[in-house]
Design a protein around this ligand. Structure first.
Ligand SMILES: Cc1cc2nc3c(=O)[nH]c(=O)nc-3n(C[C@H](O)[C@H](O)[C@H](O)COP(=O)(O)O)c2cc1C
Length: 164
């Protein structure tokens, strides 16, 4: 089973938008190798349009460059990126997306792919609270909380084994 087949089997019917890219951080990469139907829904573009292109196609005027610089640094350093980015749909509407992206590492500790989970950041239901309290807060699971079995798989480590 190839990595694309494995991710497709896990992601195809997920309500969370998921995309898998190759492991080239610099343009023209990373290039999308697989995206699930929820990703097409989130980005407002048919899957046929997103396969083979870089996720940069979602960026626009209000996409913050400093956040993208953090993203680029994380990819270059084989680290996880977890943050919020303003993206644009096929019809030009902007949306805020929470992205959790990590490298999948091969046996040599080098990334073979990047895998991202993306979901739209929406206000919580009900009466909006004051300040940030009424807003969506992303929940981050530290790597130390991953089940031991997952942590022991090189592919899920966020650092190459040599750096641990
Ligand atoms: C799997 C994956 C998913 C990504 N998804 C997005 C995205 O939804 N929106 C976005 O603006 N950038 C996304 N990116 C980041 C861009 O592809 C790119 O890495 C970022 O713009 C930083 O690189 P640059 O400084 O060369 O532009 C994603 C990257 C990867 C590897």
């Amino acid at each position: 089973m190839t990595i694309i087949e494995l991710i497709r089997a896990l992601a195809e019917d997920s309500p969370v938008a998921i995309c898998l890219t190759d492991a080239q951080p610099a343009a023209p990469g990373p290039l999308i190798l697989y995206a699930n139907p929820a990703f097409a829904l989130l980005t407002g573009r048919p899957l046929a349009e997103v396969i083979g292109v870089s996720p940069r196609f979602m960026q626009g005027r209000e996409t913050r460059r400093p956040t993208l610089d953090l993203f680029a640094k994380a990819l270059a350093e084989k680290q996880r990126f977890h943050g919020q980015i303003t993206n644009y749909r096929g019809d030009g509407r902007k949306y805020l997306v929470e992205i959790d992206c990590r490298p999948l590492l091969g046996p040599d500790g080098e990334p073979t792919h990047f895998l991202a989970f993306e979901r739209e950041v929406a206000r919580r239901r009900g009466r909006p609270g004051s300040g940030v309290a009424g807003r969506f807060e992303p929940v981050s699971v530290p790597d130390s909380d991953l089940p031991a079995a997952l942590r022991s798989m090189a592919a899920f480590a966020s650092l190459p084994p040599a750096a641990e």
